[in-house]
Design a protein around this ligand. Structure first.
Ligand code: AMP
Length: 284
């Protein structure tokens, strides 16, 4: 596996591959890699010739400085794991490399209502920072395919909208959420849970699963209410539980007008904030 810190060196190698007619797939990450990330790399490897993974904890998408400081960093383990799954290139830039002083990386895009609900409402500025870094990394890597997880459903929808607004030819591919045996969605933040919190955390995915079943019979608003009640335990502080249209991300009162409906939630366990979602497929 090739490893780069500098933009220029990475670009030279990628353009060489491209001139040989090889297709490039890209998986951006913030490191502390787990099986969720690795499944994206495997998906990428099956689709393209060259898999590129970036590891960069992007400061501009953290609205809470403590969260940024505490974000787990495990670079040598990460590179070992990437090697094992056959990743071809890992890009581990510094902040200065991604945001050089003389380069305007700001992005004047309007995501409208996609960005002011759920994560957008609770983490002001988060999606601007996320879109800024994804756009910058895409300009550096210039991939044919971009792989992102369903785990961050709203992020995926916003990146999709960004690519549409930029008229980008890059194909965005969604990877399924990989879960622990008990159902907890894998997340780099899970390592920060205490053993007690880790035990309680299973209630998040259980509640989403129950909501999927309830949507067969009950209207979304009622399912939302029942889900909020289930999540109402002393160990949790719930930011939101919303049942939204899979495309507009706006809360729905009925499932009949949507192609897909997604239940999304964000919950604090102590200082650790976890998000998860499940997609309710509506038969045509
Ligand atoms: P992160 O390192 O948290 O920024 O995540 C990098 C990519 O991995 C994003 O596209 C996430 O949606 C995806 N991802 C994170 N957790 C999971 C998971 N449990 N299953 C599948 N993909 C995931």
């Amino acid at each position: 596996m090739l490893q780069f810190k500098a933009v220029k060196e990475l670009q030279d190698v990628i353009s060489n591959y491209k001139s040989q007619g090889k297709s490039i797939g890209f998986v951006p990450t913030m490191g502390a890699l787990h099986k969720g990330h690795l499944s994206l790399i495997e998906h990428c490897k099956k689709t393209v010739d060259i898999a590129v993974c970036s590891i960069f904890v992007n400061p501009t998408q953290f609205n809470d400085p403590k969260d940024l400081e505490k974000y787990p960093r495990t670079i040598s383990k990460d590179t070992e794991l990437l090697e094992k799954v056959g990743n071809d290139i890992v890009f581990i830039p510094t902040v200065e490399e991604v945001y050089p002083e003389n380069l305007d990386t700001s992005l004047e895009l309007d995501f409208g209502k996609l960005a002011n609900v759920m994560e957008g409402a609770f983490r002001p500025g988060h999606f601007d920072g996320m879109a800024q870094v994804v756009n910058r990394l895409l300009e550096i890597v210039l991939p044919d395919y971009l792989f992102m997880g369903q785990k961050d459903y709203q992020q995926f929808a916003i990146v999709q909208d960004m690519l549409r607004q930029l008229k980008s030819p890059i194909q965005l591919v969604m990877g399924a959420t990989i879960r622990e045996e008990d159902g907890l969605a894998m997340s780099s933040r899970n390592v920060r849970l205490t053993p007690e919190e880790r035990q309680k955390a299973v209630l998040i995915s259980k509640t989403l699963k129950t909501a999927m079943q309830e949507l067969n019979q009950l209207p979304p608003l009622q399912v939302r209410e029942r889900s909020l009640q289930r999540l109402n335990i002393p160990e949790f502080k719930v930011d939101y539980f919303e049942i939204v249209d899979g495309i507009s991300l706006q809360p729905v009162e009925s499932i009949i007008n949507s192609k897909t409906v997604v239940a999304c939630t964000a919950v604090y366990l102590g200082a650790v904030r976890l998000i998860d979602n499940m997609i309710y497929e509506i038969n045509p």
